[in-house]
Design a protein around this ligand. Structure first.
Ligand SMILES: Nc1nc2c(ncn2[C@@H]2O[C@H](COP(=O)(O)OP(=O)(O)OP(=O)(O)O)[C@@H](O)[C@H]2O)c(=O)[nH]1
Ligand SMILES: [Mg+2]
Length: 463
């Protein structure tokens, strides 16, 4: 990636909107230091600002009005986030004051930063690759400890290193092919197809496949899964939601049709965010409001990643339960027999026996029985490999990476087939080169501008 030193200076509020103890304004670019001199008066006189040192003083507007008391730090490039000169003003957290100071900075010649522009500058300056830039966003949006951990690893270059490892292997093979193209009549056999395919499979194809598998799990870790609780009215859906949340979140009554709207809450099971959705009990209805609720429940059911299908142990499987159950067959689902406290163990065994090939559990939402088992079953339902992949994973390619990894893998498989089929060396080189180009799109080595824009536009301003 070519380095384009920015000619303009950008500024933005870097802290979240709203009231906070402090609010930080970030300035980056060639005029950062000059702006600091113009608008910041240190409490004690300093002829110049030393780099990476905090100064206490006042921020003054063009007309001399004092806007705030603040701490200021000047960080000389390239030892900065953007590799440019950076200034940070640590002001009082009033959004109004911050806006006022920012306006003053713009009046003095800086321009508003675009979304993610500080990080984009870090990327364009070559300080981080594109996967590290994306990790910044992941870290800001991380919902659980696990996803934060993966984001930090990615920020530290974990994914980049893995991709670099694969890229180097590709280059080694490509170099061999180039030699074979340049010296077609050489007596010495430059390419040993058997050796080459073996090395391609172990050092390129297998790691690519693993990264794709990690991406599948990574999506689950980052974004979580939608877990929708469905069943007839009164089977105990809201009671289950409450038991999972350890709080009386949803109304529970003995009257069927209590829940009208959907209720959404989030928990995490071993670091996986689970978006729990309690729904209206599905039945034939007269009431138009209930009908809307039931339609909404069906909609959520269609969107679900996992369905918890609740059955009342006492009344067992009726016609309505069977109808609903029939719609779940192509969905990842668990069957939950609730209110097991109300039936004998024989009756319970009989009900459980009606679903011989299903994942089925018996619980009592009201008495909090079997909830830990349900959490474990839910975890197993969404996680591959009994969680081994998830627990060992140190990085997780995102959706963008995944689609490029799939193209890279496809090109490598074509290359593999072409080698086995005895294709001419120059054709082999073309296939491998295309795999190499794809890989470059992930790290940003060869990424077109519009993709970069798409990545950075997801950031907030100030990052
Ligand atoms: N004995 C017993 N009663 C339960 C259990 N779970 C729920 N109930 C009772 O069953 C009734 C209905 O519970 P809810 O949680 O409101 O049921 P629901 O499926 O959300 O009902 P709708 O919102 O009307 O569809 C309430 O009286 C609960 O106290 C359980 O495990 N054991
Ligand atoms: Mg309910």
């Amino acid at each position: 990636m070519a380095v384009h030193p920015a000619t303009d200076t950008i500024a933005a509020i870097a802290t979240a909107p709203g009231m906070g103890g402090i609010g930080i304004i970030r300035i980056s670019g060639p005029e950062a230091l000059s702006l600091l001199h113009q608008m910041f008066v240190p409490h004690k006189f300093h002829p110049h600002f030393s780099s990476h040192k905090l100064y206490y003083g006042t921020i003054v507007a063009l007309d001399g009005q004092v806007l705030d008391e603040a701490l200021a730090v000047y960080m000389r490039g390239p030892a900065t986030y953007t590799r440019e000169d950076v200034v940070e003003l640590h002001c009082h957290g009033s959004y109004f004051v911050l806006q006022e100071i920012l306006r003053n900075i713009f009046e003095r010649g800086a321009r508003p930063a675009e979304n993610g522009e500080f990080t984009k500058r870090a990327f364009l300056a070559g300080r981080i690759d594109l996967t590290q830039a994306e990790a910044v966003l992941d870290l800001l949006q991380a919902q659980t400890e696990k996803s934060a951990h993966l984001a930090v690893n990615q920020l530290r270059g974990e994914l980049f290193q893995k991709l670099e490892g694969i890229r180097k292997e590709m280059i080694t093979i490509l170099a061999l092919l180039e030699v074979a193209i340049d010296f077609p009549d050489d007596d010495v056999e430059i390419i040993n197809i058997a050796q080459l395919t073996a090395s391609l499979r172990s050092t390129i194809i297998a790691p690519l496949e693993r990264l794709i598998a990690l991406a599948e799990q990574g999506k689950i870790i980052r974004e979580g899964v939608k877990v929708v609780i469905v069943g007839r009215p009164n089977v105990g859906k809201s009671s289950l939601l409450n038991a999972l949340l350890h709080e009386e979140r949803a109304l529970v009554t003995s009257t069927p049709g209590t829940t009208r709207d959907t209720i959404e809450e989030q928990i995490a099971i071993r670091g996986i965010p689970m978006h729990l959705i309690d729904t209206a009990g599905i039945r034939m209805h007269e009431d138009p409001v209930e009908a809307l609720g039931i339609e909404r429940a069906r909609q959520k059911l269609r969107e679900a990643d996992v369905v918890l299908f609740l059955v009342d142990a006492l009344s067992g499987m009726g016609t309505r339960d069977r109808e609903l159950y029939a719609t779940l067959q192509d969905k990842n689902h668990l069957i939950i027999i609730n209110k097991r406290d109300l039936v004998s163990s024989e009756a319970l065994q009989c009900l459980l026996g009606a679903f011989p090939h299903e994942k089925i559990l018996a619980i009592s939402a009201k008495q909090n029985q079997g909830i830990d088992g349900l959490l474990e079953a839910l975890y197993q339902a969404v996680i591959a490999d009994n969680g081994a992949l998830c627990e060992q994973m140190t990085c997780a390619p995102n959706v963008r990476h995944r689609s490029i990894l799939a193209k890279t893998l496809a090109a490598c498989l074509r290359f593999d087939q072409a080698m086995i089929g005895g294709a001419p060396v120059d054709l082999l080189a073309v296939e491998l080169q295309s795999a190499l180009d794809y890989l470059g799109d992930i790290t940003g080595l060869t990424t077109p501008d519009e993709i970069l824009d798409a990545v950075f536009s997801q950031f907030c301003i100030g990052k």
